[in-house]
Design a protein around this ligand. Structure first.
Ligand code: G3H
Length: 326
């Protein structure tokens, strides 16, 4: 990942997760109490845990954690260039200036392989990393050697981060060794590029499978675990998020390595982003609210955040938002 220059970024960048041997005893012991998780998730959207004065600060934080994404069959170089310009200046200059946040950028730009070179050229000098989806995204069913080669090509083309998709069948058949070996090989093929493991949680059947797949991918060296491709019928949800971030906490408690989390797909409203951020703060703490450990995979969230911030600076602007930036 490139070093970034904007002021909102963390002083400390996490060491890469080297992974550990597959610990089947740990994997088998994983539980997920579905009804308790769903009860907890159901209470979250109604909670007013972000005070109004602090909402602008949280939305700015959300911007710095967006993987601004375009993953469409009709993507063009021109669309990617526009997206990169938006990534460099995510909201109108007058809004950023009113909030004293000039220089704020998104966390990364996320594209298909063919658009990497355009994105790299458009982002030159900005410090914004380029993430590429890979390994036969979104289904991940192309021949294994081609999936590995695709990673290599994307890294050679300049991608800083690779978002791989796992083979859902390994999870559904309980073949944890196969999942571990696959993830390990993907991690190796990424070299210095950071690797995000997309679990496609909407296709994994149970929350227990989500918890186990999260753990196995982290054991195999994933730097981030990510919910979805955005193409499944069910994408990021709060119950899935609870399960995945608790797996991250458990992995950190046992190994000392902090793994990032990326909810993706269907997150398009500021109020939803605030719920995710407060949940991360509650469950993992402030350290995980930085772009090296948290990202939103989203194509349209930024537009809604910009509208909210515009309303904020033209209406109820309060300088106290700065306190929340600490
Ligand atoms: O990884 C990112 C997702 O594909 C974006 O999904 P979205 O278009 O629903 O925001």
């Amino acid at each position: 990942m490139q070093t970034q220059t904007t002021t909102h970024l963390p002083q400390v960048i996490e060491p890469r997760n080297p992974g550990i041997d597959l610990d089947m005893q740990w994997v088998r012991a994983v539980q997920a109490n579905t009804s308790a998780i769903e009860r907890r998730a159901a209470t979250l959207p109604g909670r007013r845990s972000v005070k109004k004065d602090y909402q602008a600060a949280w939305l700015l934080r959300a911007i710095s954690c967006v993987d601004l994404t375009t993953l469409s069959g009709d993507d063009t170089a021109e669309r990617v260039r526009r997206l990169c310009a938006k990534g460099r200046q995510p909201v109108r200059a007058d809004i950023l200036s009113a909030l004293d946040m000039q220089g704020l950028t998104v966390g990364a730009i996320c594209v298909y392989h063919d658009m990497i070179e355009t994105a790299v050229a458009s982002l030159q000098g900005s410090g914004i990393p380029v993430a590429a989806v890979s390994t036969g995204f979104p289904a991940g069913l192309s021949p294994f050697h081609l999936r590995l080669a695709e990673i290599g090509e994307s890294v050679a083309a300049g991608a800083d981060e690779i978002d791989i998709v796992i083979s859902r069948r390994h999870v559904l058949s309980g073949n944890w060794q196969a999942l571990y070996d696959e993830m390990r090989a993907f991690r190796h093929a990424c070299g210095e590029a950071h690797v995000k493991a997309i679990l496609a949680t909407g296709e994994l059947g149970t929350l227990r499978n989500v918890a186990r797949a999260s753990l196995v991918c982290m054991m195999a060296g994933a730097d981030f675990i990510k919910t979805s491709t955005g193409k499944e019928s069910e994408n990021a949800t709060l119950p899935v998020t609870l399960v995945m971030i608790r797996a991250i906490r458990e992995y950190y408690d046992r190994t000392g390595f902090r793994i990032g989390y990326k909810p993706a797909g269907g997150i398009s409203k500021s109020k939803d982003a605030l719920v995710y951020l407060t949940l991360i703060k509650d469950e993992l703490g402030d350290r995980w609210l930085q772009p090296d450990l948290f990202r939103f995979g989203a194509s349209s969230l930024l537009g809604d955040i910009e509208r909210q911030l515009e309303h904020y600076v033209t209406g109820t602007y309060s300088a106290s938002y700065r306190h929340a930036m600490g």
